[in-house]
Design a protein around this ligand. Structure first.
Ligand code: FE
Length: 350
């Protein structure tokens, strides 16, 4: 049985590759490279094909999409990419492998702060970078902002994943954009000194660490809370979620840092118009509802109902800064992680 499914899987890959390479500039297809996972994207693409009659060939990429697109150059079969985090979209922009798209429909669907000003990329879903706080060991009001994570009273009580992770780079870039590099460095050193352990694990591992009493505060993306709260396959994650409450930082300041998953059209696109149609579809009402239902993210389009689990967290004010502006400070953010030796963890004796 296992052999048979392996053969089937190999056949699918070969078919995909063959069809993909012969389908460039075919009228009724669009070719997609996706970092976003099949469980989320397949239902959206099926709905798109139903509505438009346009077939979508999709390659689900685990890593190295940028390198692949660079290597393929103008021969790339990909018309369009789907990815999470402004960081990856910005890397593609800087690698000069994207082309601008002007579409009034798309621009109506997506607020300006969540798309590139020249149409080089488009946000499709929003996620907040929030603070998890131990229900048992923290007082409400002790931490209200990212700045508070550097307070001396939090010494030995904070956990995060690596500062170099794309999500943290974007958060730090947003702090540089607001407060400048010097202040951001002071803040980052303060958070480093409050770490309970060397940065490690993913976002969910930080909730686990709070559950286990390793730390009292952590930083994570909103949708992981939803995934843990509802995880029937790994019920221990429900316990992690129950051990934390959510803080939306900076509600009386800049607002909570948000990032996007998004889409962009490649320079090499042979099916450009279909790619534009797909982005219009993905930012439209039906697809935005599917996104909201499937993955505990916030729709970019206004007036789309939230998943009940997400709605239960309550409303919050997102940082209104343009993500294109934040992206400009990503390299500086990465440098600050090096300068402060953030990933080495708390510095004894310094
Ligand atoms: Fe994620």
């Amino acid at each position: 049985m296992r052999t048979r499914s392996l053969i089937a899987a190999v056949a699918v890959v070969i078919l995909t590759v063959t069809y993909f390479s012969s389908s460039k500039a075919n009228e009724n297809v669009v070719n997609l490279y996706s970092y976003r996972q099949p469980f989320l994207i397949n239902p959206l693409l099926a709905a798109f094909t139903d509505e438009t009659g346009i077939d979508v060939n999709v390659v689900y990429v685990k890593k190295g999409m940028l390198e692949r697109l660079r290597a393929e150059g103008e021969n790339s079969p990909a018309d369009m990419v789907l990815t999470a985090d402004i960081g990856r979209l910005n890397d593609m922009l800087e690698a000069d492998i994207l082309q601008p798209i002007v579409s009034p429909e798309i621009n109506r669907n997506i607020p300006a702060q969540y798309r590139h000003p020249d149409g080089m990329w488009f946000g499709l879903t929003i996620r907040g970078r929030i603070i998890f706080a131990s229900r048992e060991r923290t007082d409400v009001g002790e931490v209200l902002s990212y700045a508070d994570l550097a307070k001396p009273s939090l010494e030995g009580r904070v956990c995060t994943r690596s500062g170099k992770h794309i999500y943290n780079i974007s958060l730090i870039a947003s702090i540089i954009a607001h407060d400048g590099e010097d202040k951001a460095q002071v803040w980052l050193s303060g958070v480093r000194d409050n770490l309970a352990r060397k940065p490690q694990g993913n976002d969910r591992a930080q909730a686990k660490a709070i559950f286990e009493g390793v730390c009292d505060y952590a930083i994570a993306n909103t949708y992981y809370m939803g995934k843990m709260e509802t995880n029937d396959d790994k019920p221990e994650q429900k316990l992690w979620a129950e051990s934390v409450r959510i803080i939306f930082p900076d509600q009386s300041g800049n607002g909570t840092h948000v990032n996007v998953s998004g889409a962009a059209v490649t320079k090499s696109a042979g099916n450009r118009e279909n790619a534009v149609k797909l982005i219009a579809f993905l930012s439209g009402e039906n697809a935005q509802k599917i996104y909201a239902e499937q993955n505990f993210e916030y729709p970019v389009k206004a007036d789309i109902p939230l998943h009940p689990v997400v709605a239960a967290w309550g409303p919050f004010t997102p940082d209104a800064i343009d993500l294109a502006e934040v992206a400009k400070f990503r390299a500086t953010a990465s440098r600050l992680i090096d300068i402060t030796a953030y990933d080495l963890g708390p510095q004894s004796g310094s």
